[in-house]
Unconditional design. Structure first.
Length: 282
């Protein structure tokens, strides 16, 4: 059993994710969003558009994909990682390779890796896609990202995805959000934690939200996974941003890293009050 105590921040942004400019640099972490058509434009003219990139990229993952849209998503995600590596002076100087984890825990396989010429990891990375956008984050510390459509889990699907008790606790925890957003926000959070901690997204072993314990700080949310682990407790920081059409979650286990990469919005929002999670902030 693995228990996660997470410090969770919710906020809103009126910026359309597909128009998000450039690399976002935060405290100990950086992120990049690109529309999927960037990757599609490259895959339409080259079977392996990564072969002449300034940051070498292992294209083995691309060769496994047959569907054109999946290939476009993969390339867009690697474009995001290339942007992040080139924006880091140290990484750009050593010209690492973007590859993927091929062995070890099945729930970790496929995770992007940033390695030097000896095969040693020099940075941590995570990538996520939805139909129209890809996002990547890069850090020296463990990190994870998940991107979903704004209403990824429809209200009439909640009962088929979550147990009654799980749905009740999630709705109570995210009471500051509209009922249309609660299940989808919860889903992005547990998907993000799954990537961060090497847990499955479905079935036995996936993370489930727990009721609050007496004395918990206002921003603390507890989760548990039934999958066996070497460490029974993990502390995490999670930032969730609600965009007009998307929900984006970023997580880390490093208390010195601030996962809130999209903290500045040109249009201030009215905070939503919750007794459990601090107000959404812009």
């Amino acid at each position: 059993m693995l228990h996660v105590h997470a410090s969770l921040t919710l906020r809103r942004s009126e910026i359309r994710l597909a128009t998000m400019p450039g690399v976002k640099v935060g405290v100990g972490i950086a992120g990049r969003v690109r529309p999927v058509w960037h990757g599609r434009a490259l895959t339409d003219v080259d079977a392996d558009p990564t072969h002449d990139w300034p940051v070498p990229c292992d294209a083995a993952g691309l060769t496994r994909l047959r569907h054109p849209h999946r290939r476009a998503q993969w390339v867009t995600g690697r474009l995001c990682l290339q942007d992040l590596v080139l924006a880091d002076d140290h990484l750009a100087a050593i010209r690492p390779t973007v590859t993927r984890m091929e062995s070890g825990d099945p729930d970790e396989q496929g995770r992007p890796l940033i390695v030097n010429d000896r095969g040693d990891a020099v940075a941590q990375a995570s990538v996520s896609h939805c139909a129209d956008c890809s996002v990547a984050v890069l850090s020296r510390s463990p990190c994870a990202v998940d991107l979903e459509p704004r209403h990824a889990v429809a209200q009439d699907s909640v009962a088929s995805v979550f147990s009654d008790e799980e749905a009740r606790v999630a709705a109570h925890t995210f009471a500051s959000l509209s009922s249309e957003d609660q299940a989808s926000v919860y889903w992005t959070v547990i998907e993000c934690l799954a990537k961060l901690c090497g847990r499955p997204s479905f079935g036995y072993g996936r993370f489930r939200i727990l009721p609050r314990s007496p004395g918990d700080p206002p921003d603390t949310v507890r989760f548990a996974s039934a999958k066996a682990t070497g460490s029974p407790h993990v502390q995490a920081r999670i930032s969730v941003t609600l965009f007009p059409d998307h929900i984006l979650s970023v997580a880390t286990t490093d208390p010195l890293v601030d996962p809130d990469l999209w903290a500045t919005s040109p249009t201030p929002q009215t905070p939503e009050r919750s007794p459990h999670v601090p107000p959404c902030r812009s």
